[in-house]
Design a protein around this ligand. Structure first.
Ligand code: NDP
Length: 399
C-alpha cells in the first residue's frame, strides 16, 4: 500500500518499526534514518525483514534530509526523533513533497517551552502543497485527543470538564531513570504547571498541585498537575470545554532525586564552562542516566492513561471515562522496549496506517482530534493496545 520513512532510532522508533513489520500489506517498504546509523541497523537486525532499510541523516540539515526523502520516495515521514527537529523535518517534507507525522510538539533546544503556534503556522504551506501534517500522534499527546474526539462524536453534545490522567505504576529497578528521552522528560516536569479554566490559562509552580487519583487495575496514586501540549489544541478544537487539566503520577523517590538534581543545577539548560569545554548540565545528566530504551528488560507492572470527561448529552449531565492499560512485560516481550515507548510507537504507526489508507488524509496541518477517531480506535487493538470505557459513573477524579 505504501512506503514510510521513520526518523529517529530510539525506543519509540523501535516500537513503530516492529509493529510496521506486522503489517506488510500496509508498509511495503520502510526506511529508518537517524543520526546514528548503527541504531537503525540494530532495529532492522531485530526485525529481520528485507523491506526495511537504514540511512544516516542529521534531520536538522534540511537539504540533506529532503535529498534522502526524495531518494527513498516515502508516502509519509514519521518524525520519531526529538521535538527540536519538528520544524526542520516539516520543512524537508515540504521541499520533498511528502506528508508528515510526529508525536511531540516543537520545542527550541534553548527554551523549555512548547506551543503549537510554530507548527500551526505551516498550515497554509501544507495546504497549498496538497500535503498532510499529523501532529502529536503518540499516546498523550495523541490517543488522549482521539479518545476525546470519540467521546465528543458518540457521547456528548458539549464537553465541559476534561482531565487527562497518566499513571505509570511500573518499576524498572533503577534508582532514577526517565521513561523517554531524559532531556525532554525533565524539561517537561520541571516546567511550570498550567491548566485551562473559563477561557483563561492558569499557571502554577512546578508540581505544586497534586492529589490521589484511583487508576483502573492499579489503584490510588498521587498525581501531579502538569502542563501538557494537547490541552492547547483540545480547548481550541472543543470550544465548549470550560476546564482542562493534565495529571501524571511520580513516585516520591523520583521526585526527591529530581529535587536534588535541580538544586545542584544538574537539570539546567544553561551552558557552563567545565575545564575549558562548554557543557549543558542537562545534556551531561542525560549521558549519565540509563537509556530509556534499555529499561524494558527488568520493567514490571502496569501503566494506565485515560481521559475523564464531564458535560451534557440531550440536556442531561453526563460523565465518561475512556482509558488504556499497558503492561511493561508484555511490551518488552513484543518489542524489546518498555510500555512508554510501546504506548507511543503503536499510535504513531496506527496514525501512519490511517494516512496510507487515505482515512486521515487532507491538505493542511492537523492535530489528531481533527480526524475521524473511529477507524483509529478500531485498528489500535489489533496491534496491542486495547481500550475501555465507562459511561455515567462517578469519575475517579471526583472521588
Ligand atoms: P530517544 O531519545 O530514545 O530517541 C530519539 C532518536 O532521535 C535517537 O535515535 C536520536 O539519534 C535521534 N535524533 C536526535 N537528533 C537527531 C537529528 N538531529 N537527526 C536525526 N536523528 C536525531 O527518544 P524516544 O524514542 O524516547 O522519543 C521519541 C519522541 O517521542 C520524542 O520526540 C518524545 O518527546 C516523543 N514521545 C511522545 C510521547 C507521546 O505520548 N506523545 C511519549 C514519549 C515520547 P541519536 O541516538 O544518534 O542521538
Amino acid at each position: 500500500m505504501g512506503r514510510a520513512m521513520i526518523i529517529g532510532a530510539g525506543g519509540v522508533a523501535t516500537v513503530a518499526a516492529c509493529k510496521m513489520a506486522e503489517a506488510p500489506e500496509v508498509f511495503e517498504e520502510v526506511m529508518i534514518a537517524s543520526r546514528t546509523k548503527e541504531k537503525c541497523d540494530n532495529i532492522i537486525k531485530k526485525i529481520n525483514k528485507p523491506n526495511f532499510h537504514s540511512a544516516q541523516v542529521d534531520a536538522m540539515k534540511i537539504d540533506e534530509l529532503s535529498a534522502l526523502i526524495k531518494e527513498f520516495k516515502p508516502d509519509l515521514v514519521l518524525n520519531l526523533a526529538l521535538p527540536y527537529q519538528d520544524l526542520a523535518i516539516m520543512e524537508a517534507c515540504l521541499k520533498a513533497g511528502v506528508s508528515y507525522l510526529d508525536t511531540a510538539n516543537y520545542e527550541s533546544p534553548d527554551n523549555p517551552h512548547f506551543e503549537y503556534k510554530y507548527q500551526w503556522a505551516y498550515d497554509d504551506k501544507f495546504k497549498s502543497a496538497g500535503l498532510t501534517a499529523i501532529l502529536g500522534c503518540g499516546f498523550d499527546p495523541g490517543v488522549s485527543q482521539i479518545f476525546t474526539a470519540y467521546a465528543a462524536k458518540h457521547y456528548f453534545d458539549e464537553i465541559h470538564n476534561l482531565d487527562i490522567v497518566d499513571c505509570n505504576a511500573g518499576d524498572h529497578g533503577k534508582y532514577f531513570a526517565t521513561n523517554f528521552n531524559p532531556e525532554i522528560n525533565i524539561r517537561e516536569i520541571t516546567a511550570k504547571g498550567k491548566y485551562y479554566e473559563n477561557g483563561k490559562w492558569i499557571e502554577t509552580e512546578p508540581l505544586t498541585i497534586h492529589r490521589p487519583i484511583d487508576y483502573p487495575e492499579i489503584g490510588e496514586k498521587e498525581s501531579y498537575l502538569l502542563h501538557h501540549e494537547e490541552l492547547e489544541s483540545l480547548v481550541k478544537n472543543f470550544p465548549s470545554i470550560k476546564r482542562a487539566r493534565f495529571w501524571m503520577t511520580f513516585s516520591q523517590r523520583y521526585l526527591t532525586a529530581l529535587e536534588v538534581l535541580q538544586e545542584v543545577g544538574m537539570t539546567s539548560i544553561e551552558p557552563i564552562n567545565y575545564e575549558g569545554k562548554e557543557i549543558v548540565p542537562l545534556q551531561f545528566l542525560k549521558a549519565l542516566l540509563p537509556d530509556p530504551s534499555s529499561l524494558g528488560q527488568n520493567y514490571k507492572g502496569k501503566a494506565c492513561i485515560g481521559v475523564q470527561l464531564k458535560g451534557l448529552y440531550q440536556n442531561k449531565e453526563r460523565t465518561y471515562f475512556i482509558w488504556s492499560i499497558f503492561d511493561h512485560e508484555k511490551a518488552y516481550k513484543e518489542t524489546g522496549t518498555q510500555a512508554v515507548a510501546y504506548s507511543t510507537g503503536i499510535p504513531a504507526m496506527v496514525g501512519a496506517i490511517m494516512y496510507l489508507k487515505g482515512l486521515w488524509k487532507k491538505p493542511g496541518v492537523y492535530n489528531v482530534e481533527e480526524f475521524d477517531p473511529d477507524p483509529f480506535l478500531e485498528t489500535m487493538p489489533k496491534f496491542g493496545i486495547d481500550w475501555h470505557e465507562a459511561i455515567d459513573i462517578v469519575l475517579p477524579i471526583d472521588k
